[in-house]
Design a protein around this ligand. Structure first.
Ligand code: DGL
Length: 279
């Protein structure tokens, strides 16, 4: 008896272990996830796409975000990627289901670390900093339903923080002022654990920790994503050989002439940054 292939998605049989991994975000925030990926999988080639011209995603509709994700995924697949990491909580919530229906390569997404925070919290009060889009999403509601039982979750939608990171203004007074404003209700509510529910926010961690003090734990999801990615590559027999010399290429559609400096500052290395045409 023959096995029938019951889906009509394009096959990923052309993917080989030496092909790159695609990492995408609304902008440069996903570089916080990329750091974890590089640490765990140092031999993997990476193609990173910052959709910065269209950032922030947090105030866009799920339909608009899904359209952007399809465009970026098509670009990445044209580069031959063997897997895609959606290094963006907002895009994961809005579009990952549709992306998985559309493409057969492994697609790894992310969601705010409510589960580990609920386990780590001593007083049962956790704070979540995320985009308005993430907090309003059905996926976030489902996350709370599954892991939020027995804890109080104080969610804070943060407008303007993505822009601070996109422009590389990580420690300015204006950034501090915004953060203080968003952290105040979480501190007043007694949160002892704060989740960074947007991949841009780990770059603001020094300032966040300075504001909340040492007694409050700050958690992000980047490391868990790299573990999940490794698991998926192993399962699909797509892990690069440990003799491969990894190459990391950045693409951005930012129109700012500072964009390559910002990427180098966040990635912490001199890198190749290519201009992604506006689509
Ligand atoms: N890095 C994206 C996230 O994790 C930011 C979303 C945005 O552009 O608003 O949610």
């Amino acid at each position: 008896m023959h096995n029938k292939l019951l889906n009509n998605k394009p096959s990923n049989s052309a993917s080989t272990a030496s092909n790159p991994i695609g990492v995408m975000d609304s902008g440069v925030g996903g570089i916080s996830v990329l750091h974890h990926i590089r640490q765990r999988l140092p031999h993997e080639h990476i193609v990173y796409v910052a959709d910065s011209y269209y950032a922030p995603y947090g105030n866009k509709t799920a339909e608009q975000i899904t359209e952007r994700c399809f465009t970026i995924a098509d670009f990445l697949l044209a580069q031959g990627v063997k897997a895609i990491v959606v290094a963006c909580n907002t895009a994961t919530a809005a579009a990952i289901k549709a992306m998985r229906e559309r493409h057969s390569v492994p697609i790894i997404g992310m969601e705010p670390a409510v589960k580990p925070a609920a386990l780590a919290s001593k007083n049962g009060i956790i704070g979540v900093l995320a985009t308005v889009g993430t907090i309003k999403s059905a996926q976030y509601a489902a996350l709370l339903e599954t892991y939020g039982a027995g804890v109080t979750v104080l969610a804070q939608g943060c407008e303007g923080l993505v822009e601070c990171v996109e422009s590389g203004t990580l420690t300015d007074e204006a950034t501090r002022h915004l953060l203080k404003q968003y952290l105040a209700p979480l501190l007043a509510g007694g949160a002892d654990t704060i989740v960074l529910g947007c991949t841009h926010y780990p770059f603001l961690r020094p300032l966040i920790e300075e504001i909340v003090g040492q007694k409050i734990a700050v958690i992000d999801t980047g490391k868990a994503v790299s573990t999940q990615l490794q698991k998926k590559l192993v399962e699909a027999k797509l892990l690069a050989s440990d003799t491969q010399q990894a190459e990391v290429v950045f693409w951005t559609n930012s129109q700012s002439n500072q964009s390559s400096q910002v990427i180098q500052k966040l990635y912490d290395e001199v890198v190749v940054v290519k201009q992604l045409p506006l689509t």
